[in-house]
Design a protein around this ligand. Structure first.
Ligand SMILES: Nc1ncnc2c1ncn2[C@@H]1O[C@H](COP(=O)(O)OP(=O)(O)OP(=O)(O)O)[C@@H](O)[C@H]1O
Ligand SMILES: NC(=O)c1ccc[n+]([C@@H]2O[C@H](COP(=O)(O)O)[C@@H](O)[C@H]2O)c1
Length: 172
């Protein structure tokens, strides 16, 4: 039995993340999705809470034949102990997945196997692109699983990010 760990902010969970999960599913029996920056929300870069992101992921993966666990991971001031922090919050895992250079470096230094994936349609499948389209009234629904669009509707996500973009100096 192999268990993987895939960390991301998932702001929001989009079709690039879904493609990565589908590729990882060929390698592992179970997958932990680490909800990074779990303590952040209501900013342009991190508009959605950890709980809202868990809803997006759980509903998007409900029909997939893979056992998944979503675990919130708060940020720490110290990168040097971040991998231990991740391990303290997550079910045990055999291999980690990320395309983030800092994450890759930190797992390597901790002697944990880390695998990268190709970038899927990265011209548009990028969180910042999805958020910009939400702010400016563009077509963002085609970039996310249907279940994510449903959650964003349910929580009033578009109104929230548009409100934040008018008042938040932490822009992108
Ligand atoms: N289109 C994609 N194809 C493959 N991997 C992706 C894609 N988009 C993001 N990832 C990877 O998924 C992980 C989590 O990504 P993250 O939540 O930061 O999304 P992002 O699209 O890079 O968003 P943002 O623009 O908000 O930083 C990272 O390792 C990232 O490189
Ligand atoms: N010191 C830390 O808290 C630390 C270090 C490395 C990555 N992280 C987090 O891991 C996540 C990585 O996800 P992304 O690839 O989506 O950026 C982010 O939430 C990032 O803040 C945190």
């Amino acid at each position: 039995m192999t268990r993987g760990f895939y960390i991301g902010r998932f702001q929001p969970f989009h079709d690039g993340h879904l493609s990565m999960v589908e590729q990882i599913a060929d390698d592992v029996d179970e997958l932990v999705l680490g909800i990074g920056s779990a303590d952040d929300s209501h900013t342009i870069r991190n508009p959605f809470t950890a709980g809202e992101r868990i809803m997006m992921i759980t509903k998007s993966l409900v029909d997939h034949d893979l056992v998944t666990y979503a675990v919130p991971i708060e940020d720490l001031e110290r990168n040097s102990v971040w991998v231990s922090h991740v391990q303290s919050m997550s079910p045990d895992f055999d291999v980690a997945y990320s395309n983030n250079p800092l994450v890759i470096q930190l797992f390597r230094e901790a002697d944990i196997e880390i695998r990268q994936s190709p970038m899927f349609n990265r011209e548009v499948l990028e969180g910042s692109e999805v958020r910009q389209r939400m702010i400016h009234g563009g077509d963002w629904e085609t970039l996310v699983p249907e279940a994510v669009a449903g959650v964003i509707g349910e929580i009033g996500g578009i109104e929230r990010i548009q409100m934040i973009s008018g008042s938040d100096s932490n822009g992108e």
